[in-house]
Write a protein that binds this ligand. Structure first.
Ligand SMILES: Nc1ncnc2c1ncn2[C@@H]1O[C@H](COP(=O)(O)OP(=O)(O)OP(=O)(O)O)[C@@H](O)[C@H]1O
Ligand SMILES: [Mg+2]
Length: 157
């Protein structure tokens, strides 16, 4: 499956990486851009490194170690408690790849997750119009050949 939705408009920040470890490090860095509340779509083809990026984000928030962050493919949602600049952050990592239709999505209760201290990261969120509407931005990961990736963070105005 490829990503068909047009990219979101807004402020952008670009990073390039050459390995999974690099992408974890970029995750640690870009967490600064993601002060809650935030609902970010994580967009990129299968296996480009969306979950890998979340490992770095979770680590920087002191929410989980990289090896504790696994793909929420079947559980759909993983929740971690962390903090940014001394303020508590609820990190929610979702993967909606397997969900079919807005009705299945509704049962996830996405709206209830988006509290003032929430950082919600949704892999494959661009599949759903309702998520595209609610999203405060997106992080797109593009494969550039071999292990190289371009990571573009876009925050809506
Ligand atoms: N530059 C890179 N950035 C991220 N991951 C990389 C990079 N180079 C190689 N990899 C490897 O690619 C894989 C990415 O897997 P990951 O589960 O993070 O992808 P994903 O985008 O979440 O996939 P899915 O859509 O299936 O959930 C990992 O095995 C990782 O080590
Ligand atoms: Mg993943």
């Amino acid at each position: 499956m490829s990503n068909v939705a047009p990219p979101a408009a807004g402020r952008t920040h670009e990073f390039t990486t050459k390995s999974g470890a690099d992408t974890v490090e970029v995750g640690r860095k870009l967490v600064r851009l993601l002060a809650p509340p935030q609902l970010m779509i994580l967009r990129g083809d299968l296996g480009t490194g969306k979950t890998t990026l979340v490992k770095g984000i979770a680590q920087a928030l002191d929410a989980a170690e990289p090896d504790e962050v696994t793909s929420p493919t079947f559980s759909l949602i993983h929740e971690y408690d962390g903090e940014l600049d001394g303020k508590p952050v609820k990190l929610f990592h979702l993967d909606v790849y397997r969900l079919e239709g807005e009705r299945q999505l509704e049962s996830l209760g996405l709206d209830e997750l988006l509290t003032p201290d929430a950082l919600v990261l949704v892999e494959w969120g661009e599949k759903f119009k309702s998520i595209r509407k609610k999203a405060t931005g997106e992080i797109a990961i593009t494969a550039m050949g071999g292990d190289a990736r371009r990571i573009t963070v876009t925050l809506k105005d």
